[in-house]
Design a protein around this ligand. Structure first.
Ligand SMILES: [Zn+2]
Ligand SMILES: [Zn+2]
Ligand SMILES: [Zn+2]
Ligand SMILES: [Zn+2]
Ligand SMILES: [Zn+2]
Length: 597
Protein backbone atom coordinates (compact mmCIF):
# COMPACT_ATOMS: atom_id res chain seq x y z
CA UNK A 1 0.00 0.00 0.00
CA UNK A 2 1.41 3.36 -0.99
CA UNK A 3 1.01 5.93 1.76
CA UNK A 4 3.35 8.75 0.87
CA UNK A 5 2.80 11.68 3.20
CA UNK A 6 3.75 15.33 3.17
CA UNK A 7 4.64 16.92 6.51
CA UNK A 8 5.77 20.30 7.73
CA UNK A 9 9.11 20.33 9.57
CA UNK A 10 8.72 21.35 13.19
CA UNK A 11 12.02 23.20 13.02
CA UNK A 12 12.38 25.00 9.65
CA UNK A 13 8.66 24.88 8.71
CA UNK A 14 9.49 23.59 5.21
CA UNK A 15 7.56 20.66 3.77
CA UNK A 16 9.15 17.25 3.52
CA UNK A 17 7.91 13.88 2.32
CA UNK A 18 7.79 10.60 4.15
CA UNK A 19 7.76 7.80 1.60
CA UNK A 20 5.86 4.59 2.02
CA UNK A 21 9.12 2.62 2.41
CA UNK A 22 10.06 5.01 5.24
CA UNK A 23 6.86 4.15 7.09
CA UNK A 24 7.81 0.49 6.75
CA UNK A 25 11.20 1.14 8.33
CA UNK A 26 9.77 3.20 11.19
CA UNK A 27 7.23 0.47 11.87
CA UNK A 28 9.89 -2.24 11.80
CA UNK A 29 12.03 -0.54 14.42
CA UNK A 30 9.08 0.72 16.47
CA UNK A 31 9.34 4.51 16.18
CA UNK A 32 6.80 7.13 15.05
CA UNK A 33 7.54 9.02 11.80
CA UNK A 34 9.79 12.07 12.26
CA UNK A 35 8.55 15.63 12.81
CA UNK A 36 11.76 17.29 11.60
CA UNK A 37 12.87 17.27 7.94
CA UNK A 38 15.95 15.19 6.99
CA UNK A 39 18.25 18.26 6.82
CA UNK A 40 17.22 19.60 10.21
CA UNK A 41 17.58 16.13 11.69
CA UNK A 42 21.11 15.89 10.32
CA UNK A 43 22.05 19.34 11.59
CA UNK A 44 20.67 18.45 15.03
CA UNK A 45 22.80 15.28 15.18
CA UNK A 46 25.96 17.04 14.01
CA UNK A 47 25.61 19.46 16.89
CA UNK A 48 26.62 16.64 19.22
CA UNK A 49 30.01 16.05 17.61
CA UNK A 50 32.93 18.30 18.38
CA UNK A 51 35.83 16.77 16.49
CA UNK A 52 38.59 19.30 16.52
CA UNK A 53 38.14 22.05 19.10
CA UNK A 54 40.42 20.74 21.81
CA UNK A 55 41.06 22.37 25.16
CA UNK A 56 43.27 22.01 28.18
CA UNK A 57 41.71 20.40 31.23
CA UNK A 58 42.60 18.24 34.23
CA UNK A 59 41.43 14.71 34.86
CA UNK A 60 38.91 14.85 37.70
CA UNK A 61 40.00 11.43 38.92
CA UNK A 62 43.83 11.45 38.73
CA UNK A 63 44.54 15.17 38.35
CA UNK A 64 46.68 14.73 35.25
CA UNK A 65 46.72 17.56 32.67
CA UNK A 66 44.77 16.47 29.63
CA UNK A 67 43.52 17.57 26.23
CA UNK A 68 39.76 17.53 26.17
CA UNK A 69 36.60 18.49 24.32
CA UNK A 70 35.59 20.44 27.41
CA UNK A 71 37.43 23.29 29.08
CA UNK A 72 37.93 23.87 32.80
CA UNK A 73 34.76 25.99 32.97
CA UNK A 74 32.51 23.20 31.71
CA UNK A 75 30.19 21.66 34.31
CA UNK A 76 31.46 18.12 33.68
CA UNK A 77 33.82 15.93 35.62
CA UNK A 78 36.17 15.06 32.80
CA UNK A 79 38.20 11.84 33.01
CA UNK A 80 41.39 11.00 31.11
CA UNK A 81 41.34 7.91 28.88
CA UNK A 82 42.86 5.62 31.52
CA UNK A 83 40.50 6.72 34.27
CA UNK A 84 37.39 6.62 32.08
CA UNK A 85 38.15 3.11 30.86
CA UNK A 86 39.39 1.98 34.29
CA UNK A 87 37.49 0.12 37.02
CA UNK A 88 37.59 2.89 39.63
CA UNK A 89 34.12 4.10 38.78
CA UNK A 90 30.84 2.67 37.60
CA UNK A 91 28.16 4.67 35.82
CA UNK A 92 25.35 2.98 37.77
CA UNK A 93 26.46 4.82 40.93
CA UNK A 94 24.75 7.86 39.33
CA UNK A 95 21.52 5.91 38.71
CA UNK A 96 18.21 7.69 39.19
CA UNK A 97 14.67 6.55 39.79
CA UNK A 98 12.42 7.58 36.89
CA UNK A 99 10.15 10.47 37.91
CA UNK A 100 6.75 10.43 36.19
CA UNK A 101 6.05 14.02 37.25
CA UNK A 102 8.74 15.56 34.98
CA UNK A 103 9.64 15.18 31.26
CA UNK A 104 12.15 12.48 30.31
CA UNK A 105 14.66 14.86 28.73
CA UNK A 106 14.76 17.06 31.85
CA UNK A 107 15.79 14.04 33.89
CA UNK A 108 18.20 12.84 31.22
CA UNK A 109 19.83 16.28 31.18
CA UNK A 110 20.41 16.16 34.94
CA UNK A 111 22.05 12.77 34.66
CA UNK A 112 24.13 14.12 31.78
CA UNK A 113 25.59 16.86 34.01
CA UNK A 114 26.62 14.36 36.69
CA UNK A 115 28.13 11.39 34.91
CA UNK A 116 31.89 11.77 34.24
CA UNK A 117 32.78 12.41 30.62
CA UNK A 118 35.67 10.99 28.65
CA UNK A 119 38.20 13.71 27.74
CA UNK A 120 38.39 12.73 24.07
CA UNK A 121 36.56 10.08 22.15
CA UNK A 122 39.65 8.03 21.87
CA UNK A 123 39.90 4.35 21.93
CA UNK A 124 42.20 2.06 23.84
CA UNK A 125 43.49 0.82 20.51
CA UNK A 126 45.15 4.20 19.78
CA UNK A 127 48.91 4.40 20.39
CA UNK A 128 51.13 7.45 20.78
CA UNK A 129 48.42 9.69 19.38
CA UNK A 130 47.32 12.06 22.10
CA UNK A 131 45.61 14.61 19.85
CA UNK A 132 43.15 12.38 18.01
CA UNK A 133 39.41 12.10 18.43
CA UNK A 134 36.63 9.76 17.27
CA UNK A 135 39.18 7.36 15.87
CA UNK A 136 40.28 3.77 16.35
CA UNK A 137 43.63 2.06 15.74
CA UNK A 138 45.62 5.26 15.28
CA UNK A 139 49.38 5.02 15.69
CA UNK A 140 51.83 7.94 15.88
CA UNK A 141 49.23 10.28 14.47
CA UNK A 142 48.41 13.91 15.21
CA UNK A 143 45.23 15.96 14.89
CA UNK A 144 43.29 13.20 13.16
CA UNK A 145 39.53 12.92 13.49
CA UNK A 146 37.18 10.12 12.46
CA UNK A 147 38.14 6.96 10.57
CA UNK A 148 40.95 4.73 11.75
CA UNK A 149 43.68 2.17 11.10
CA UNK A 150 46.19 4.93 10.38
CA UNK A 151 49.88 5.27 11.08
CA UNK A 152 52.06 8.35 11.05
CA UNK A 153 49.27 10.55 9.69
CA UNK A 154 48.94 14.27 10.36
CA UNK A 155 45.81 16.41 10.05
CA UNK A 156 43.22 14.05 8.69
CA UNK A 157 39.47 13.68 8.80
CA UNK A 158 37.96 10.31 7.95
CA UNK A 159 41.27 8.85 6.80
CA UNK A 160 41.23 5.06 6.80
CA UNK A 161 44.08 2.52 6.42
CA UNK A 162 46.40 5.35 5.54
CA UNK A 163 50.11 5.83 6.30
CA UNK A 164 52.79 8.51 6.27
CA UNK A 165 50.48 11.19 4.93
CA UNK A 166 49.07 14.60 5.83
CA UNK A 167 46.03 16.80 5.14
CA UNK A 168 43.56 14.05 4.32
CA UNK A 169 39.81 14.05 3.88
CA UNK A 170 37.76 10.87 3.41
CA UNK A 171 40.49 8.79 1.77
CA UNK A 172 41.43 5.14 1.99
CA UNK A 173 44.59 3.05 1.60
CA UNK A 174 46.86 5.96 0.74
CA UNK A 175 50.57 6.31 1.47
CA UNK A 176 52.91 9.33 1.21
CA UNK A 177 50.05 11.56 0.15
CA UNK A 178 49.45 15.22 0.90
CA UNK A 179 46.30 17.32 0.60
CA UNK A 180 43.94 14.72 -0.81
CA UNK A 181 40.22 14.10 -0.56
CA UNK A 182 38.03 11.23 -1.77
CA UNK A 183 41.05 9.24 -2.92
CA UNK A 184 41.54 5.49 -2.86
CA UNK A 185 44.74 3.51 -3.00
CA UNK A 186 47.09 6.33 -4.02
CA UNK A 187 50.82 6.60 -3.47
CA UNK A 188 52.84 9.81 -3.50
CA UNK A 189 49.93 11.89 -4.70
CA UNK A 190 50.33 15.56 -3.77
CA UNK A 191 47.08 17.54 -4.13
CA UNK A 192 44.46 15.06 -5.32
CA UNK A 193 40.70 14.94 -5.51
CA UNK A 194 38.58 11.92 -6.34
CA UNK A 195 41.51 9.81 -7.58
CA UNK A 196 41.87 6.03 -7.58
CA UNK A 197 45.10 4.04 -8.03
CA UNK A 198 47.26 7.05 -8.86
CA UNK A 199 50.90 7.53 -8.00
CA UNK A 200 53.84 9.92 -8.24
CA UNK A 201 51.66 12.81 -9.31
CA UNK A 202 50.72 16.39 -8.42
CA UNK A 203 47.36 18.15 -8.72
CA UNK A 204 45.07 15.44 -10.07
CA UNK A 205 41.28 15.58 -10.25
CA UNK A 206 39.08 12.57 -11.05
CA UNK A 207 41.93 10.43 -12.41
CA UNK A 208 42.19 6.66 -12.33
CA UNK A 209 45.20 4.43 -12.64
CA UNK A 210 47.57 7.23 -13.62
CA UNK A 211 51.19 7.73 -12.72
CA UNK A 212 53.54 10.63 -13.31
CA UNK A 213 50.90 13.15 -14.26
CA UNK A 214 50.66 16.80 -13.24
CA UNK A 215 47.74 19.24 -13.28
CA UNK A 216 45.34 16.84 -14.97
CA UNK A 217 41.64 16.08 -14.77
CA UNK A 218 39.49 13.15 -15.89
CA UNK A 219 42.31 10.90 -17.11
CA UNK A 220 42.33 7.08 -17.20
CA UNK A 221 45.41 4.84 -17.40
CA UNK A 222 47.85 7.59 -18.39
CA UNK A 223 51.45 8.46 -17.69
CA UNK A 224 53.52 11.59 -18.40
CA UNK A 225 50.60 13.94 -18.90
CA UNK A 226 50.85 17.63 -18.06
CA UNK A 227 47.77 19.86 -18.13
CA UNK A 228 45.92 16.99 -19.81
CA UNK A 229 48.45 16.84 -22.68
CA UNK A 230 50.56 13.77 -23.39
CA UNK A 231 54.30 14.44 -23.15
CA UNK A 232 57.29 12.25 -23.78
CA UNK A 233 59.01 10.88 -20.69
CA UNK A 234 61.95 13.27 -21.01
CA UNK A 235 59.72 16.32 -21.50
CA UNK A 236 57.74 15.30 -18.44
CA UNK A 237 60.77 14.71 -16.24
CA UNK A 238 61.98 18.26 -16.90
CA UNK A 239 58.64 19.68 -15.77
CA UNK A 240 58.35 17.41 -12.75
CA UNK A 241 61.65 18.71 -11.48
CA UNK A 242 60.03 22.06 -10.84
CA UNK A 243 57.49 20.39 -8.56
CA UNK A 244 60.22 18.79 -6.49
CA UNK A 245 60.60 21.94 -4.43
CA UNK A 246 57.22 23.57 -3.99
CA UNK A 247 56.83 26.97 -2.35
CA UNK A 248 53.61 28.53 -1.08
CA UNK A 249 53.69 31.00 -4.00
CA UNK A 250 54.00 28.25 -6.56
CA UNK A 251 51.26 26.26 -4.83
CA UNK A 252 48.80 29.12 -4.98
CA UNK A 253 49.39 29.71 -8.69
CA UNK A 254 49.18 25.95 -9.48
CA UNK A 255 45.98 25.80 -7.45
CA UNK A 256 44.41 28.46 -9.66
CA UNK A 257 45.44 26.58 -12.78
CA UNK A 258 44.19 23.35 -11.28
CA UNK A 259 40.74 24.87 -10.81
CA UNK A 260 40.51 25.95 -14.46
CA UNK A 261 41.85 22.63 -15.77
CA UNK A 262 39.31 20.72 -13.68
CA UNK A 263 36.54 22.91 -15.13
CA UNK A 264 37.45 21.81 -18.67
CA UNK A 265 36.43 18.20 -18.15
CA UNK A 266 32.83 17.11 -17.60
CA UNK A 267 31.95 16.01 -14.09
CA UNK A 268 29.98 12.92 -13.32
CA UNK A 269 26.71 13.98 -11.65
CA UNK A 270 27.50 11.90 -8.57
CA UNK A 271 30.55 10.07 -7.31
CA UNK A 272 29.13 6.56 -6.97
CA UNK A 273 31.07 3.43 -7.87
CA UNK A 274 30.56 -0.35 -7.73
CA UNK A 275 27.08 0.22 -6.29
CA UNK A 276 23.45 -0.55 -7.07
CA UNK A 277 20.40 1.70 -6.68
CA UNK A 278 22.17 4.48 -4.81
CA UNK A 279 21.47 8.21 -4.75
CA UNK A 280 23.88 10.45 -2.90
CA UNK A 281 27.55 11.26 -3.20
CA UNK A 282 30.86 9.49 -2.53
CA UNK A 283 29.33 6.02 -2.33
CA UNK A 284 31.36 2.86 -3.01
CA UNK A 285 30.52 -0.86 -2.90
CA UNK A 286 27.00 -0.22 -1.66
CA UNK A 287 23.38 -1.13 -2.31
CA UNK A 288 20.15 0.84 -1.88
CA UNK A 289 21.70 3.83 -0.16
CA UNK A 290 19.67 6.95 -0.85
CA UNK A 291 20.10 10.59 0.12
CA UNK A 292 23.31 9.42 1.72
CA UNK A 293 26.91 10.61 1.56
CA UNK A 294 30.34 9.13 2.20
CA UNK A 295 29.25 5.51 2.26
CA UNK A 296 31.56 2.49 1.94
CA UNK A 297 29.93 -0.96 1.96
CA UNK A 298 26.50 0.23 3.06
CA UNK A 299 23.17 -1.47 2.43
CA UNK A 300 19.70 0.05 2.80
CA UNK A 301 20.88 3.37 4.21
CA UNK A 302 18.87 6.58 4.00
CA UNK A 303 19.59 10.15 5.13
CA UNK A 304 22.94 8.91 6.41
CA UNK A 305 26.56 9.95 6.08
CA UNK A 306 30.03 8.69 6.95
CA UNK A 307 29.00 5.05 7.00
CA UNK A 308 31.84 2.59 6.71
CA UNK A 309 32.03 -1.15 6.17
CA UNK A 310 29.22 -3.70 6.37
CA UNK A 311 26.54 -1.38 7.70
CA UNK A 312 22.92 -2.25 7.01
CA UNK A 313 19.42 -0.85 7.56
CA UNK A 314 20.41 2.59 8.75
CA UNK A 315 18.20 5.70 8.73
CA UNK A 316 19.62 8.98 9.94
CA UNK A 317 22.98 7.56 10.88
CA UNK A 318 26.08 9.76 10.98
CA UNK A 319 29.48 8.14 11.50
CA UNK A 320 28.45 4.52 11.83
CA UNK A 321 31.16 1.90 11.66
CA UNK A 322 31.73 -1.76 10.98
CA UNK A 323 28.77 -4.10 11.43
CA UNK A 324 26.10 -1.56 12.40
CA UNK A 325 22.59 -2.85 11.80
CA UNK A 326 19.08 -1.45 12.37
CA UNK A 327 20.17 1.99 13.44
CA UNK A 328 18.07 5.14 13.64
CA UNK A 329 19.12 8.69 14.61
CA UNK A 330 22.66 7.80 15.65
CA UNK A 331 25.59 10.20 15.92
CA UNK A 332 28.80 8.16 16.14
CA UNK A 333 28.11 4.48 16.42
CA UNK A 334 31.33 2.52 16.37
CA UNK A 335 31.60 -1.27 15.87
CA UNK A 336 28.94 -4.02 16.00
CA UNK A 337 25.95 -1.98 17.11
CA UNK A 338 22.57 -3.59 16.57
CA UNK A 339 19.17 -2.02 17.17
CA UNK A 340 20.41 1.39 18.29
CA UNK A 341 18.04 4.36 18.39
CA UNK A 342 18.79 7.95 19.44
CA UNK A 343 22.41 7.67 20.45
CA UNK A 344 25.56 9.74 20.63
CA UNK A 345 28.91 7.95 20.85
CA UNK A 346 28.28 4.27 21.20
CA UNK A 347 31.49 2.28 21.14
CA UNK A 348 31.68 -1.48 20.56
CA UNK A 349 29.19 -4.34 20.81
CA UNK A 350 25.94 -2.76 21.90
CA UNK A 351 22.43 -4.11 21.34
CA UNK A 352 18.90 -2.77 21.92
CA UNK A 353 19.76 0.70 23.20
CA UNK A 354 17.70 3.91 23.14
CA UNK A 355 18.52 7.46 24.22
CA UNK A 356 22.08 6.72 25.23
CA UNK A 357 25.44 8.47 25.24
CA UNK A 358 29.02 7.29 25.76
CA UNK A 359 28.38 3.57 25.94
CA UNK A 360 30.61 0.59 25.60
CA UNK A 361 29.67 -3.06 25.25
CA UNK A 362 26.17 -2.85 26.76
CA UNK A 363 22.64 -3.90 25.88
CA UNK A 364 19.00 -3.26 26.81
CA UNK A 365 19.52 0.30 28.03
CA UNK A 366 17.16 3.28 27.99
CA UNK A 367 18.26 6.83 28.84
CA UNK A 368 21.76 5.91 30.00
CA UNK A 369 25.12 7.71 29.93
CA UNK A 370 28.68 6.47 30.38
CA UNK A 371 27.96 2.79 31.03
CA UNK A 372 30.33 -0.07 30.25
CA UNK A 373 29.33 -3.75 30.22
CA UNK A 374 25.81 -3.17 31.59
CA UNK A 375 22.37 -4.53 30.81
CA UNK A 376 18.80 -3.54 31.74
CA UNK A 377 19.42 -0.02 33.03
CA UNK A 378 17.21 3.09 32.88
CA UNK A 379 18.68 6.49 33.76
CA UNK A 380 21.77 4.49 34.80
CA UNK A 381 19.80 2.57 37.46
CA UNK A 382 20.04 -1.21 37.40
CA UNK A 383 16.83 -3.23 36.98
CA UNK A 384 16.00 -6.88 36.45
CA UNK A 385 15.00 -7.97 32.95
CA UNK A 386 11.33 -8.17 33.98
CA UNK A 387 11.31 -4.76 35.67
CA UNK A 388 13.05 -3.20 32.67
CA UNK A 389 10.62 -4.66 30.16
CA UNK A 390 7.69 -3.42 32.19
CA UNK A 391 9.03 0.10 32.76
CA UNK A 392 10.27 1.02 29.24
CA UNK A 393 6.81 1.08 27.57
CA UNK A 394 5.50 3.19 30.45
CA UNK A 395 8.30 5.73 29.96
CA UNK A 396 7.68 5.86 26.20
CA UNK A 397 4.01 6.59 26.89
CA UNK A 398 5.00 9.20 29.47
CA UNK A 399 7.30 10.90 26.93
CA UNK A 400 4.26 11.36 24.70
CA UNK A 401 1.91 12.40 27.51
CA UNK A 402 4.38 14.87 28.99
CA UNK A 403 6.76 15.90 26.18
CA UNK A 404 9.80 18.10 26.66
CA UNK A 405 9.36 21.55 25.14
CA UNK A 406 12.50 23.51 24.33
CA UNK A 407 13.20 27.25 24.49
CA UNK A 408 12.00 27.72 20.90
CA UNK A 409 8.74 25.86 21.57
CA UNK A 410 9.77 22.69 19.70
CA UNK A 411 8.10 19.61 21.13
CA UNK A 412 10.12 16.46 21.86
CA UNK A 413 7.99 13.35 22.24
CA UNK A 414 9.28 9.77 21.92
CA UNK A 415 10.93 9.47 18.51
CA UNK A 416 12.93 12.71 18.57
CA UNK A 417 16.69 12.85 18.88
CA UNK A 418 18.14 14.77 21.86
CA UNK A 419 17.01 18.41 22.17
CA UNK A 420 19.58 20.89 20.79
CA UNK A 421 19.96 22.36 24.27
CA UNK A 422 21.49 19.11 25.49
CA UNK A 423 24.53 19.53 23.28
CA UNK A 424 27.49 20.53 25.45
CA UNK A 425 29.10 22.36 22.52
CA UNK A 426 28.70 25.72 20.79
CA UNK A 427 27.48 25.47 17.19
CA UNK A 428 30.83 26.46 15.68
CA UNK A 429 32.72 23.93 17.79
CA UNK A 430 30.86 21.08 16.13
CA UNK A 431 30.80 19.59 12.66
CA UNK A 432 27.38 21.22 12.16
CA UNK A 433 29.42 24.31 11.26
CA UNK A 434 31.32 22.31 8.61
CA UNK A 435 28.24 21.10 6.74
CA UNK A 436 25.71 23.81 7.59
CA UNK A 437 27.93 26.88 8.04
CA UNK A 438 26.41 29.84 9.87
CA UNK A 439 27.70 33.26 10.86
CA UNK A 440 27.73 34.14 14.54
CA UNK A 441 24.57 36.26 14.11
CA UNK A 442 22.70 33.51 12.27
CA UNK A 443 23.65 30.92 14.88
CA UNK A 444 22.52 33.09 17.77
CA UNK A 445 19.23 34.00 16.05
CA UNK A 446 18.50 30.32 15.51
CA UNK A 447 19.07 29.60 19.18
CA UNK A 448 22.47 27.92 18.91
CA UNK A 449 25.45 28.64 21.14
CA UNK A 450 28.55 30.31 19.67
CA UNK A 451 32.11 30.37 20.92
CA UNK A 452 34.57 33.03 19.83
CA UNK A 453 37.97 31.49 19.23
CA UNK A 454 40.44 31.54 22.06
CA UNK A 455 43.25 33.90 21.25
CA UNK A 456 44.41 34.27 24.81
CA UNK A 457 47.96 33.01 25.19
CA UNK A 458 49.43 33.23 21.74
CA UNK A 459 52.23 35.67 21.22
CA UNK A 460 53.15 35.22 17.60
CA UNK A 461 56.90 34.98 17.07
CA UNK A 462 56.78 34.43 13.30
CA UNK A 463 54.45 36.06 10.83
CA UNK A 464 53.35 33.78 8.00
CA UNK A 465 54.87 36.14 5.40
CA UNK A 466 58.27 35.81 7.08
CA UNK A 467 58.42 32.03 6.71
CA UNK A 468 61.12 30.71 4.35
CA UNK A 469 59.83 29.99 0.84
CA UNK A 470 61.29 26.56 0.52
CA UNK A 471 61.55 23.78 3.10
CA UNK A 472 65.29 23.60 2.27
CA UNK A 473 65.80 26.93 4.03
CA UNK A 474 64.00 25.85 7.19
CA UNK A 475 66.10 24.85 10.19
CA UNK A 476 65.03 23.11 13.37
CA UNK A 477 64.58 26.37 15.26
CA UNK A 478 61.19 26.66 13.52
CA UNK A 479 59.95 24.17 16.13
CA UNK A 480 60.22 26.91 18.76
CA UNK A 481 58.23 29.49 16.83
CA UNK A 482 54.60 30.41 17.20
CA UNK A 483 53.46 31.04 13.62
CA UNK A 484 50.57 33.38 12.85
CA UNK A 485 47.70 32.02 10.72
CA UNK A 486 47.05 34.12 7.59
CA UNK A 487 43.34 34.26 8.45
CA UNK A 488 44.18 35.73 11.85
CA UNK A 489 40.84 34.77 13.35
CA UNK A 490 38.82 36.78 10.81
CA UNK A 491 37.10 33.70 9.33
CA UNK A 492 34.44 31.35 10.73
CA UNK A 493 36.78 28.32 10.78
CA UNK A 494 37.52 28.26 14.50
CA UNK A 495 40.86 29.76 13.51
CA UNK A 496 43.32 29.38 16.36
CA UNK A 497 45.16 32.50 15.03
CA UNK A 498 48.53 30.81 15.55
CA UNK A 499 50.08 27.36 15.41
CA UNK A 500 53.28 25.45 16.00
CA UNK A 501 55.11 22.95 13.84
CA UNK A 502 55.78 19.62 15.56
CA UNK A 503 58.97 17.61 14.85
CA UNK A 504 57.12 14.78 13.11
CA UNK A 505 55.47 17.34 10.83
CA UNK A 506 58.73 19.06 9.95
CA UNK A 507 60.19 15.67 9.07
CA UNK A 508 57.23 15.03 6.77
CA UNK A 509 57.61 18.35 4.90
CA UNK A 510 61.32 17.72 4.46
CA UNK A 511 60.81 14.21 3.20
CA UNK A 512 58.11 15.32 0.74
CA UNK A 513 59.75 18.66 -0.19
CA UNK A 514 56.71 20.68 0.83
CA UNK A 515 56.73 24.22 2.22
CA UNK A 516 55.55 25.11 5.72
CA UNK A 517 51.84 25.86 5.97
CA UNK A 518 50.62 29.42 6.43
CA UNK A 519 47.19 28.57 7.82
CA UNK A 520 46.37 26.96 11.15
CA UNK A 521 45.15 23.33 11.03
CA UNK A 522 41.48 24.32 11.47
CA UNK A 523 41.59 26.83 8.60
CA UNK A 524 43.35 24.25 6.41
CA UNK A 525 40.59 21.76 7.15
CA UNK A 526 37.83 24.23 6.28
CA UNK A 527 39.60 25.26 3.05
CA UNK A 528 39.82 21.62 2.03
CA UNK A 529 36.18 21.09 2.83
CA UNK A 530 35.23 24.10 0.68
CA UNK A 531 36.62 22.23 -2.37
CA UNK A 532 34.16 19.45 -1.83
CA UNK A 533 30.48 19.41 -2.76
CA UNK A 534 28.06 19.82 0.13
CA UNK A 535 25.99 16.94 1.52
CA UNK A 536 23.03 18.11 -0.55
CA UNK A 537 21.38 17.20 -3.84
CA UNK A 538 19.77 19.30 -6.55
CA UNK A 539 17.57 18.08 -9.38
CA UNK A 540 19.20 19.10 -12.67
CA UNK A 541 19.32 18.22 -16.35
CA UNK A 542 22.44 16.81 -18.00
CA UNK A 543 24.49 19.70 -19.39
CA UNK A 544 25.67 17.87 -22.51
CA UNK A 545 25.09 20.20 -25.50
CA UNK A 546 23.49 22.83 -23.31
CA UNK A 547 23.55 26.16 -25.20
CA UNK A 548 24.95 28.01 -22.21
CA UNK A 549 28.01 25.81 -22.53
CA UNK A 550 28.30 26.51 -26.27
CA UNK A 551 29.04 30.16 -25.46
CA UNK A 552 32.06 29.17 -23.46
CA UNK A 553 33.22 26.62 -26.00
CA UNK A 554 36.78 27.83 -25.90
CA UNK A 555 37.04 26.97 -22.23
CA UNK A 556 34.58 24.16 -21.75
CA UNK A 557 34.77 20.58 -22.89
CA UNK A 558 33.87 19.58 -26.44
CA UNK A 559 32.54 16.08 -26.92
CA UNK A 560 34.87 13.67 -28.67
CA UNK A 561 32.28 11.10 -29.84
CA UNK A 562 28.64 11.15 -30.92
CA UNK A 563 26.27 10.55 -28.01
CA UNK A 564 23.07 8.53 -28.01
CA UNK A 565 20.94 11.67 -27.69
CA UNK A 566 22.43 13.11 -30.89
CA UNK A 567 23.02 16.81 -31.60
CA UNK A 568 20.51 18.28 -29.16
CA UNK A 569 20.76 18.64 -25.45
CA UNK A 570 20.76 15.42 -23.44
CA UNK A 571 17.31 15.01 -21.80
CA UNK A 572 18.51 13.08 -18.73
CA UNK A 573 17.50 14.44 -15.33
CA UNK A 574 19.33 13.50 -12.14
CA UNK A 575 19.99 14.41 -8.53
CA UNK A 576 23.45 15.94 -8.23
CA UNK A 577 25.62 17.42 -5.52
CA UNK A 578 26.63 20.21 -7.96
CA UNK A 579 24.47 23.25 -7.20
CA UNK A 580 22.90 24.86 -10.33
CA UNK A 581 25.00 28.04 -10.07
CA UNK A 582 28.30 26.15 -10.20
CA UNK A 583 30.65 26.43 -13.16
CA UNK A 584 31.34 22.72 -13.70
CA UNK A 585 29.88 20.95 -16.73
CA UNK A 586 27.82 18.17 -15.14
CA UNK A 587 27.05 15.09 -17.23
CA UNK A 588 24.71 12.15 -16.75
CA UNK A 589 26.27 8.70 -16.40
CA UNK A 590 26.02 7.83 -20.09
CA UNK A 591 27.41 11.13 -21.43
CA UNK A 592 30.18 11.01 -18.82
CA UNK A 593 31.08 7.45 -19.83
CA UNK A 594 31.21 8.56 -23.47
CA UNK A 595 33.80 11.21 -22.71
CA UNK A 596 35.77 9.98 -19.72
CA UNK A 597 36.69 6.35 -20.19
ZN1 LIG B 1 13.52 21.31 8.67
ZN1 LIG C 1 43.47 29.94 11.13
ZN1 LIG D 1 40.25 30.50 8.66
ZN1 LIG E 1 23.61 13.18 -20.70
ZN1 LIG F 1 25.76 13.63 -24.17
Amino acid sequence: MDKREMKQCQNCKKDFTIESEDFDFYKKIGVPPPTWCPECRKQRRLLFRNERILKKNKCFQCGREIISLYDMESPFNVYCQECWWGDLWDGTQFGKEYDFSRPFFTQFHELFQEVPRIALNGHRSNKDSEYVNYIIEAKDSYLCFGGGYIENVLFSTLGVRTKDSAEIYFSFDCTFCYEISDCFNCYRLIFGRGCVDCRDSYFLDDCKNCNDCILCSGLRNKSYCYKNRQLSKSEFVAIKEEFGNLTQNKISSYKKEFVSIALQTPKRFLDISHSQSCVGDHITNSKNCVFSFNIIEGENCKYSSDIMFKAKDIYDGTSCGIGNEQIYEAMTSSININQGKFSSVVRNNCFDIQYVMDLHSSSHLFGCIGLKNKQYCILNKQYTKEEYEELVPKIIKHMNDMPYIDQKGRVYTYGEFFPLELSPFAYNETIAQEYFPLTKEQALTQGFGWKDSDTKNYSITKKPEDLPDSIKEVNDSILNEVIGCVHGGTCVHQCTTAFRIIPQELEFYRRMNLPLPVLCPNCRHYERLAQRNPLKLWKRQCMCNESRIEDQKQKAHQNTVVHQHGEGRCPNIFETSYAPERKETVYCESCYQNEIV
